[in-house]
Design a binder for this molecule. Sequence first.
Ligand code: GLN
Length: 307
Amino acid sequence: MLQDTAKAAWEHGRQYLMQGKVADYIPELGKANPVFFGLCIKTPDGQSIEFGDVDKRFTMQSICKVVCLATALQHEGFDTVFSHVMMEPSGDAFNSILKLDTASNRPFNPMINAGAIEVVNLLAPTFSFEELLDFTRAICMDDEIVLDEAVYHSEFATGDRNRAIGYLLKSKGVLAGDVLKTVDLYFKLCSLSVTARSLAGLGLVLANGGVDPRTGIRLFSAQTVRTVKTLMFTCGMYDRSGEFAVRIGLPCKSGVGGGIMASVENRMGIGTFGPSLDEKGNSIGGGYALEYLSRALHLHIFDSEHS
Ligand code: GLN
Protein backbone atom coordinates (compact mmCIF):
# COMPACT_ATOMS: atom_id res chain seq x y z
CA MET A 1 0.00 0.00 0.00
CA LEU A 2 2.65 2.52 1.08
CA GLN A 3 4.79 1.15 -1.74
CA ASP A 4 2.06 1.81 -4.35
CA THR A 5 1.30 5.29 -3.08
CA ALA A 6 4.99 6.18 -3.03
CA LYS A 7 5.38 4.99 -6.60
CA ALA A 8 2.38 7.04 -7.71
CA ALA A 9 3.79 10.11 -5.90
CA TRP A 10 7.14 9.65 -7.61
CA GLU A 11 5.44 9.34 -11.02
CA HIS A 12 3.34 12.40 -10.26
CA GLY A 13 6.36 14.52 -9.29
CA ARG A 14 8.33 13.36 -12.32
CA GLN A 15 5.81 14.90 -14.71
CA TYR A 16 6.74 18.42 -13.61
CA LEU A 17 10.51 18.27 -13.93
CA MET A 18 10.63 20.15 -17.20
CA GLN A 19 8.75 23.10 -15.68
CA GLY A 20 11.71 23.96 -13.45
CA LYS A 21 15.33 24.92 -13.85
CA VAL A 22 18.55 23.81 -12.14
CA ALA A 23 20.31 26.38 -9.93
CA ASP A 24 23.25 27.95 -11.72
CA TYR A 25 24.23 30.87 -9.49
CA ILE A 26 26.75 28.39 -8.06
CA PRO A 27 28.25 27.31 -11.42
CA GLU A 28 28.96 23.73 -10.37
CA LEU A 29 25.28 23.19 -9.50
CA GLY A 30 24.38 24.20 -13.05
CA LYS A 31 25.86 20.90 -14.24
CA ALA A 32 23.10 18.87 -12.57
CA ASN A 33 20.86 16.76 -14.77
CA PRO A 34 17.28 18.13 -14.49
CA VAL A 35 15.69 14.76 -15.19
CA PHE A 36 17.16 13.05 -12.16
CA PHE A 37 14.39 12.30 -9.71
CA GLY A 38 14.31 10.09 -6.64
CA LEU A 39 12.01 9.50 -3.70
CA CYS A 40 12.83 7.59 -0.52
CA ILE A 41 10.60 6.93 2.50
CA LYS A 42 12.04 5.42 5.67
CA THR A 43 9.88 4.14 8.51
CA PRO A 44 10.81 3.45 12.15
CA ASP A 45 10.51 -0.33 11.65
CA GLY A 46 13.41 -0.27 9.19
CA GLN A 47 11.59 -0.22 5.83
CA SER A 48 13.07 1.88 3.06
CA ILE A 49 10.79 2.47 0.09
CA GLU A 50 12.67 3.84 -2.89
CA PHE A 51 11.97 4.96 -6.45
CA GLY A 52 14.22 6.51 -9.06
CA ASP A 53 17.52 8.24 -8.37
CA VAL A 54 17.82 7.50 -4.66
CA ASP A 55 21.53 6.77 -4.61
CA LYS A 56 22.73 9.72 -6.68
CA ARG A 57 24.81 12.11 -4.56
CA PHE A 58 24.09 15.84 -4.55
CA THR A 59 24.91 18.61 -2.13
CA MET A 60 22.78 19.33 0.90
CA GLN A 61 22.87 23.09 0.49
CA SER A 62 20.29 24.71 2.75
CA ILE A 63 19.30 21.40 4.33
CA CYS A 64 22.51 21.65 6.37
CA LYS A 65 20.77 24.53 8.20
CA VAL A 66 18.71 21.91 10.02
CA VAL A 67 21.78 20.07 11.31
CA CYS A 68 23.47 23.35 12.27
CA LEU A 69 20.43 24.56 14.19
CA ALA A 70 19.96 21.23 15.96
CA THR A 71 23.62 21.18 16.98
CA ALA A 72 23.54 24.77 18.18
CA LEU A 73 20.36 24.25 20.22
CA GLN A 74 21.80 21.13 21.75
CA HIS A 75 25.18 22.58 22.69
CA GLU A 76 24.62 26.33 23.11
CA GLY A 77 21.05 26.16 24.40
CA PHE A 78 17.74 27.65 23.31
CA ASP A 79 18.20 31.08 24.90
CA THR A 80 21.65 31.67 23.45
CA VAL A 81 20.62 30.62 19.96
CA PHE A 82 17.53 32.83 19.97
CA SER A 83 19.42 35.80 21.32
CA HIS A 84 21.32 35.68 18.00
CA VAL A 85 18.58 34.84 15.55
CA MET A 86 14.80 35.31 15.56
CA MET A 87 12.13 32.70 14.83
CA GLU A 88 10.00 34.57 12.30
CA PRO A 89 9.41 33.77 8.63
CA SER A 90 11.02 36.48 6.51
CA GLY A 91 8.89 36.26 3.37
CA ASP A 92 12.04 37.11 1.43
CA ALA A 93 14.42 35.08 -0.71
CA PHE A 94 16.80 32.80 1.21
CA ASN A 95 19.82 34.96 0.43
CA SER A 96 18.17 38.34 0.92
CA ILE A 97 20.09 41.03 2.75
CA LEU A 98 17.39 43.71 2.64
CA LYS A 99 15.44 43.42 5.87
CA LEU A 100 18.56 42.44 7.75
CA ASP A 101 19.72 45.98 7.23
CA THR A 102 16.49 47.89 7.40
CA ALA A 103 14.12 46.02 9.71
CA SER A 104 16.16 44.07 12.18
CA ASN A 105 19.61 43.44 13.54
CA ARG A 106 19.10 39.76 14.18
CA PRO A 107 18.42 37.52 11.18
CA PHE A 108 14.74 36.58 10.86
CA ASN A 109 15.25 32.83 11.29
CA PRO A 110 17.89 30.06 11.12
CA MET A 111 16.55 28.64 7.82
CA ILE A 112 17.66 31.59 5.68
CA ASN A 113 21.29 32.29 4.86
CA ALA A 114 21.75 35.17 7.31
CA GLY A 115 20.36 33.08 10.18
CA ALA A 116 22.36 30.00 9.25
CA ILE A 117 25.58 32.02 9.01
CA GLU A 118 24.85 33.39 12.49
CA VAL A 119 24.22 29.85 13.80
CA VAL A 120 27.42 28.55 12.18
CA ASN A 121 29.24 31.44 13.85
CA LEU A 122 28.00 30.16 17.21
CA LEU A 123 29.28 26.67 16.39
CA ALA A 124 32.62 27.67 14.88
CA PRO A 125 34.61 28.18 18.12
CA THR A 126 33.54 24.80 19.49
CA PHE A 127 33.25 22.41 16.55
CA SER A 128 35.57 21.50 13.72
CA PHE A 129 34.24 20.81 10.25
CA GLU A 130 35.03 17.11 10.83
CA GLU A 131 32.91 17.00 13.98
CA LEU A 132 29.99 18.65 12.20
CA LEU A 133 30.42 16.17 9.35
CA ASP A 134 30.20 13.35 11.90
CA PHE A 135 26.98 14.77 13.38
CA THR A 136 25.56 15.05 9.87
CA ARG A 137 26.45 11.44 9.09
CA ALA A 138 24.85 10.28 12.33
CA ILE A 139 21.59 12.21 11.98
CA CYS A 140 21.25 11.24 8.30
CA MET A 141 22.09 7.60 9.09
CA ASP A 142 24.64 7.73 6.25
CA ASP A 143 28.36 7.21 6.93
CA GLU A 144 29.29 7.94 3.34
CA ILE A 145 28.55 11.63 3.38
CA VAL A 146 31.65 13.55 2.27
CA LEU A 147 32.60 17.06 1.18
CA ASP A 148 31.94 17.62 -2.53
CA GLU A 149 35.13 19.55 -3.29
CA ALA A 150 34.00 20.80 -6.72
CA VAL A 151 30.78 22.35 -5.35
CA TYR A 152 32.62 23.75 -2.33
CA HIS A 153 35.22 25.49 -4.54
CA SER A 154 32.51 26.79 -6.85
CA GLU A 155 30.51 28.12 -3.91
CA PHE A 156 33.63 29.65 -2.35
CA ALA A 157 34.47 31.39 -5.61
CA THR A 158 31.00 32.88 -6.04
CA GLY A 159 29.93 33.39 -2.42
CA ASP A 160 30.28 37.17 -2.10
CA ARG A 161 26.65 37.73 -1.18
CA ASN A 162 27.07 35.38 1.78
CA ARG A 163 30.28 37.16 2.77
CA ALA A 164 28.37 40.46 2.53
CA ILE A 165 25.72 39.05 4.88
CA GLY A 166 28.49 38.00 7.28
CA TYR A 167 30.09 41.45 7.24
CA LEU A 168 26.73 43.17 7.71
CA LEU A 169 26.08 40.96 10.75
CA LYS A 170 29.52 41.79 12.08
CA SER A 171 29.03 45.53 11.53
CA LYS A 172 25.86 45.31 13.62
CA GLY A 173 27.76 43.58 16.42
CA VAL A 174 25.68 40.40 16.04
CA LEU A 175 28.40 38.17 14.61
CA ALA A 176 31.64 37.76 16.53
CA GLY A 177 35.01 36.65 15.27
CA ASP A 178 36.23 35.98 11.77
CA VAL A 179 33.58 36.44 9.05
CA LEU A 180 35.57 34.65 6.37
CA LYS A 181 36.18 31.57 8.53
CA THR A 182 32.52 31.38 9.50
CA VAL A 183 31.28 31.72 5.93
CA ASP A 184 33.86 29.19 4.76
CA LEU A 185 32.54 26.65 7.28
CA TYR A 186 29.00 27.40 6.10
CA PHE A 187 30.05 26.76 2.47
CA LYS A 188 31.59 23.42 3.46
CA LEU A 189 28.46 22.32 5.29
CA CYS A 190 26.31 23.31 2.27
CA SER A 191 28.64 21.18 0.10
CA LEU A 192 28.16 17.89 1.94
CA SER A 193 26.98 15.26 -0.52
CA VAL A 194 23.88 13.31 0.42
CA THR A 195 21.27 11.14 -1.31
CA ALA A 196 17.48 11.01 -1.13
CA ARG A 197 18.08 8.10 1.27
CA SER A 198 20.19 10.21 3.62
CA LEU A 199 17.49 12.88 3.65
CA ALA A 200 14.85 10.28 4.47
CA GLY A 201 17.14 9.15 7.31
CA LEU A 202 17.36 12.71 8.64
CA GLY A 203 13.57 13.10 8.37
CA LEU A 204 13.12 9.81 10.22
CA VAL A 205 15.40 10.73 13.14
CA LEU A 206 13.45 14.00 13.46
CA ALA A 207 10.13 12.11 13.22
CA ASN A 208 11.40 9.82 15.96
CA GLY A 209 12.02 12.69 18.38
CA GLY A 210 15.80 12.74 17.88
CA VAL A 211 16.45 9.02 18.43
CA ASP A 212 18.05 6.80 15.79
CA PRO A 213 15.43 4.04 15.47
CA ARG A 214 18.05 1.44 14.47
CA THR A 215 20.09 1.77 17.64
CA GLY A 216 17.81 3.54 20.11
CA ILE A 217 20.58 6.10 20.60
CA ARG A 218 19.39 9.64 21.25
CA LEU A 219 21.20 12.10 18.96
CA PHE A 220 19.27 15.25 19.88
CA SER A 221 16.88 16.07 22.71
CA ALA A 222 13.14 16.01 22.09
CA GLN A 223 12.99 19.75 22.82
CA THR A 224 15.69 20.50 20.22
CA VAL A 225 13.92 18.43 17.60
CA ARG A 226 10.56 20.05 18.33
CA THR A 227 12.04 23.52 17.82
CA VAL A 228 13.82 22.49 14.62
CA LYS A 229 10.67 20.96 13.13
CA THR A 230 8.60 24.02 13.99
CA LEU A 231 11.06 26.28 12.18
CA MET A 232 11.11 23.89 9.22
CA PHE A 233 7.33 24.09 9.09
CA THR A 234 7.20 27.89 9.20
CA CYS A 235 10.42 28.81 7.37
CA GLY A 236 11.94 25.72 5.72
CA MET A 237 10.85 26.27 2.12
CA TYR A 238 12.15 29.82 1.66
CA ASP A 239 9.50 32.35 0.62
CA ARG A 240 7.17 29.52 -0.34
CA SER A 241 6.97 28.18 3.23
CA GLY A 242 3.40 29.39 3.72
CA GLU A 243 2.19 27.64 0.59
CA PHE A 244 3.99 24.42 1.54
CA ALA A 245 2.43 24.57 4.99
CA VAL A 246 -1.04 24.81 3.46
CA ARG A 247 -0.61 22.32 0.63
CA ILE A 248 1.65 19.73 2.30
CA GLY A 249 1.42 20.51 5.99
CA LEU A 250 4.68 18.89 7.06
CA PRO A 251 7.96 20.20 8.39
CA CYS A 252 10.11 20.27 5.25
CA LYS A 253 13.48 21.72 4.30
CA SER A 254 14.79 22.20 0.81
CA GLY A 255 18.19 22.95 -0.68
CA VAL A 256 19.13 24.37 -4.07
CA GLY A 257 21.04 21.16 -4.82
CA GLY A 258 17.58 19.65 -5.42
CA GLY A 259 16.88 17.92 -2.11
CA ILE A 260 13.77 18.17 0.06
CA MET A 261 13.63 16.50 3.45
CA ALA A 262 10.31 16.02 5.23
CA SER A 263 9.39 14.53 8.56
CA VAL A 264 6.10 12.87 9.48
CA GLU A 265 5.67 12.65 13.25
CA ASN A 266 6.33 9.09 14.51
CA ARG A 267 5.64 7.68 11.06
CA MET A 268 8.31 8.34 8.45
CA GLY A 269 11.13 10.39 7.02
CA ILE A 270 10.89 11.41 3.38
CA GLY A 271 13.76 12.43 1.10
CA THR A 272 13.37 13.61 -2.47
CA PHE A 273 15.97 14.57 -5.02
CA GLY A 274 15.23 16.52 -8.19
CA PRO A 275 17.57 19.35 -9.16
CA SER A 276 15.00 21.06 -11.37
CA LEU A 277 13.79 23.92 -9.13
CA ASP A 278 10.83 26.31 -8.96
CA GLU A 279 11.53 30.04 -9.02
CA LYS A 280 11.99 30.16 -5.24
CA GLY A 281 14.65 27.43 -5.25
CA ASN A 282 12.58 24.40 -4.20
CA SER A 283 12.75 21.11 -6.13
CA ILE A 284 9.72 21.15 -8.39
CA GLY A 285 9.26 17.39 -8.64
CA GLY A 286 9.90 16.98 -4.92
CA GLY A 287 7.21 19.53 -4.05
CA TYR A 288 4.60 17.82 -6.23
CA ALA A 289 5.55 14.34 -4.99
CA LEU A 290 5.22 15.49 -1.37
CA GLU A 291 1.86 17.10 -2.04
CA TYR A 292 0.64 13.86 -3.58
CA LEU A 293 1.89 11.80 -0.64
CA SER A 294 0.46 14.19 1.92
CA ARG A 295 -2.99 14.04 0.35
CA ALA A 296 -3.04 10.33 -0.36
CA LEU A 297 -1.84 9.33 3.11
CA HIS A 298 -3.43 12.20 5.07
CA LEU A 299 -0.06 13.34 6.37
CA HIS A 300 -0.91 17.03 6.81
CA ILE A 301 -0.46 17.87 10.49
CA PHE A 302 -3.97 19.32 10.54
CA ASP A 303 -5.64 16.33 8.90
CA SER A 304 -8.02 14.90 11.44
CA GLU A 305 -9.64 11.51 11.40
CA HIS A 306 -12.66 13.26 9.91
CA SER A 307 -10.71 14.47 6.83
N1 GLN B 1 24.84 27.36 -0.31
C1 GLN B 1 23.67 28.03 -0.77
C2 GLN B 1 23.76 29.51 -0.56
O1 GLN B 1 24.19 29.92 0.48
C3 GLN B 1 22.50 27.42 -0.04
C4 GLN B 1 21.22 28.04 -0.45
C5 GLN B 1 20.07 27.12 -0.59
O2 GLN B 1 20.12 25.91 -0.65
N2 GLN B 1 18.96 27.77 -0.68
O3 GLN B 1 23.43 30.31 -1.39
